[in-house]
Design a protein around this ligand. Sequence first.
Ligand code: NAD
Ligand code: TYD
Length: 350
Amino acid sequence: MKLLITGGAGFIGSSFIRHVLSLGKGYEAVNFDKLTYAGNLANLDAVAGDPNYSFVRGDICDPASVEAAMHGCDAVVHFAAESHVDRSIYEPSAAIETNVTGTFVLLQVARKLGIQRFVHISTDEVYGDMAPGAFATEDSPIQPSSPYSASKAASDLLVRSYVRTYGTPAVITRSSNNYGPYQFPEKFLPLLIMNVLDNKPLPIYGDGKQQRDWLHVEDNCRGILAALERGRDGEIYNIGGSDIEENLTMARRLLHLMGKPETLLSYVQDRPGHDRRYALRCEKMERELGWKPLISLEDGLRQTIDWYKSHSAWLAGVRGGDYLSYYKKYYEDRDSSLHAIAQPGHGGAN
Ligand code: NAD
Ligand code: TYD
């Protein structure tokens, strides 16, 4: 089966490519990626010489290059996105363009070419803020809070409409917060690990009592493959981890595992519109697709920390000038940057 994998140079997409090619099940992977700041071909060094792997640089918003790349493929696994909530708050337009328009372009081309299976990778964030003790099932209402989650919810609804209207054979996976090797250090866990390695303060938004459902990226990739192979057309599948933790607890666990003091914790101004809790029910994945998470948070955290410690060349590669200016603007100058966003008339237009 020949797969068009969008966003395959990112964190989860590259893990998925390494996973499917390692199985030796006859999959061929075409990685279609724009190589934004988050795309990194070094994530695919392990498969670069594999005859079943190829790379095409392109933008999912460009119908002609999408059609050229999708031609001859049997299925699409669609990871490409602007994936960071904070960036979507500071500069929403890229998230709307890639996540909504890009998904629309892919659906149009998939329909034209008669693609046999379209797996749309979505997120638990479309369910919005869960009440204390509550869990989202696939039937829960969609109530996104950030421009990122709203753009993902919009793309989910487009996929749903293509299933209903055109019979597009699509499934949607909604996973919780992924962690593991090769994650760009703008997200919570890799940013904290990197700061611990540098003996820098760990920025905790607000009171740090927000809860996230942590899922190892390899567990997610097994779930996505199960959805690709056995998911039912038109269905949504939640993919969550086995542990829901407060951010502060996660930060303390990291400090403990890395042998550093809690004095490194630093409370900073909260994210605007910050969701307090995400939590998924994933019985459907277990019942229909025989999937459940296999990697405990304890083991996964240890493995992830070891990976970052032993991949200093990879880290040096992703921490270039762009990253440093991002970090300065939104961490070192955080109060004034967030203050500017909150001003009436603030552009936020790009
Ligand atoms: P990432 O930011 O690490 O990677 C995104 C990839 O998409 C990059 O390689 C980037 O170059 C590429 N890309 C961006 N815009 C593109 C465009 N216009 N055309 C082609 N390629 C483009 O993201 P990730 O963390 O690997 O997330 C992958 C998917 O999983 C996303 O759809 C995201 O919404 C979803 N998701 C992520 C998480 C998480 O915890 N990271 C959780 C749930 C769902
Ligand atoms: P993040 O990794 O951005 O994922 P998401 O917002 O999609 O869940 O953030 C995870 C949690 O960690 C979220 O509650 C925000 C919080 N957070 C911090 O407290 N400090 C940080 O520097 C970052 C990046 C996130």
